[in-house]
Unconditional design. Structure first.
Length: 375
């Protein structure tokens, strides 16, 4: 009995030792896990947004949706990683229109991906794929919680959906940006200068350039008084002209240039914005194309929750062609349902000239709605 008792005591001590060892392991793992989690929470910021939309054409005819369709418009994840006090990495990944690659529907894309190194507040450097720094909406066009209307203005931001042959500038670019902010007396300034591969048809502009010229984009923002922001943007590029038969580089270049000015002003619950863009496409042959566009918005916020707005858009896709213009009047209501959760309701009235390639003088009205979340 004594030997069995001793054996039992030894086994019990061994069991307690194993239990202590296992417990120590799990406690150490939990400590490492908590430490890693704390580091991740300190260095990594995850944000995003989603938009669910509805569109219905109210008129018998017109270039809009007669069926009253729902649209899982987009879901974006925005990731910022603070690698050091000076270096961060930023990316935005989007899934649009119910992306399902196995079914071949929707769209998945990297909106931007770049490291940003801060030398001073007035001097930062980015390299990678970026939005073009142009106007009010291009850098926020997917961030639906960032603006009042259901969609960004078509006339200035998507003129190819408003009767123009092409946009005033590319949506994205791959290259190098130098940007920053500074103050002179009481006036605050922000600037962004970007050099990129530019637009091209026969190669991937995010991988290689098809000519030696580089596209240049620049934007300057000023805040002369509280509540007022004034901006100027420019874009210039030299696009390779291809042979119609062989698809080879002809050695000739089409000059593309655009310029915009815009302003945003808010005082109390009242606000307004406007943007004007003019662009020119000048190929090697004598024929050039000039176009311009305008958008303006007025809004007023009630009880910090309800914001009715009025917006007007105008596009002339070719200054040398008569009766090709298009315009849109929009009346809408943006309601803050909960924190960063919005319901948008909007009525549009679209009219155009007979020579407009998109609408062909068929005037119509439509209703749009969106449920938008930011997190």
């Amino acid at each position: 009995m004594r030997k069995k008792g001793i054996f039992f005591i030894i086994n019990e001590r061994r069991s307690k030792g194993k239990l202590l060892l296992i417990s120590s392991f799990f406690l150490a793992f939990a400590g490492l896990h908590n430490s890693a989690q704390a580091q991740i929470e300190e260095k990594v910021r995850i944000n995003g947004y989603s938009s669910f939309e509805y569109e219905y054409r109210l008129s018998d005819e017109g270039n809009s949706d007669p069926n009253g369709s729902f649209d899982a418009d987009l879901f974006d994840i925005v990731l910022n990683v603070d690698i050091s006090s000076r270096l961060r990495f930023a990316t935005d990944i989007t899934w649009e229109h119910g992306t399902a690659t196995e079914e071949g529907i929707g769209n998945a894309a990297v909106e931007y991906a770049f490291p940003e190194y801060t030398i001073r507040n007035w001097l930062k450097v980015r390299v990678g794929k970026m939005f073009l720094p142009f106007g009010i909406y291009n850098e926020i066009h997917t961030a639906k919680p960032a603006f009042l209307a259901v969609k960004e203005p078509l006339s200035t931001n998507k003129p190819d959906k408003f009767g123009a042959d092409e946009r005033f500038y590319p949506r994205w670019a791959t290259g190098i940006s130098v940007l920053g902010n500074f103050s002179v007396n009481t006036i605050n300034f922000e600037y962004n200068v970007q050099v990129s591969n530019g637009y091209q048809e026969n190669t991937n502009p995010f991988e290689e350039d098809d000519n030696t010229q580089k596209a240049i984009a620049a934007r300057l923002l000023m805040q002369p008084i509280p509540g007022l922001k004034v901006g100027f943007s420019t874009y210039s590029d030299r696009i390779t002209e291809l042979d119609d038969t062989t698809g080879e580089d002809t050695g000739e270049r089409t000059k593309l240039s655009s310029f915009s000015t815009h302003a945003e002003y808010s005082v109390g619950d009242f606000g307004l914005e406007f943007e004007y863009i003019t662009g020119k496409t000048d190929p090697s042959d004598p024929t050039d194309l000039k176009k311009d566009a305008f958008e303006g918005m007025l809004y007023y916020t009630l009880k910090d929750r309800f914001t009715p707005y009025f917006r007007y858009e105008y596009l002339d896709p070719d200054k040398d062609v008569e009766d090709d213009t298009a315009n849109m009047l929009s009346f809408g209501l943006n309601t803050l349902v909960d924190k960063n959760y919005f319901l948008k309701l909007q009525y549009n009235r679209i009219s155009s000239g007979e020579a407009n390639a998109r609408f062909n003088a068929v005037d119509f009205s439509e209703f749009q709605a969106a449920v938008v979340l930011g997190f």
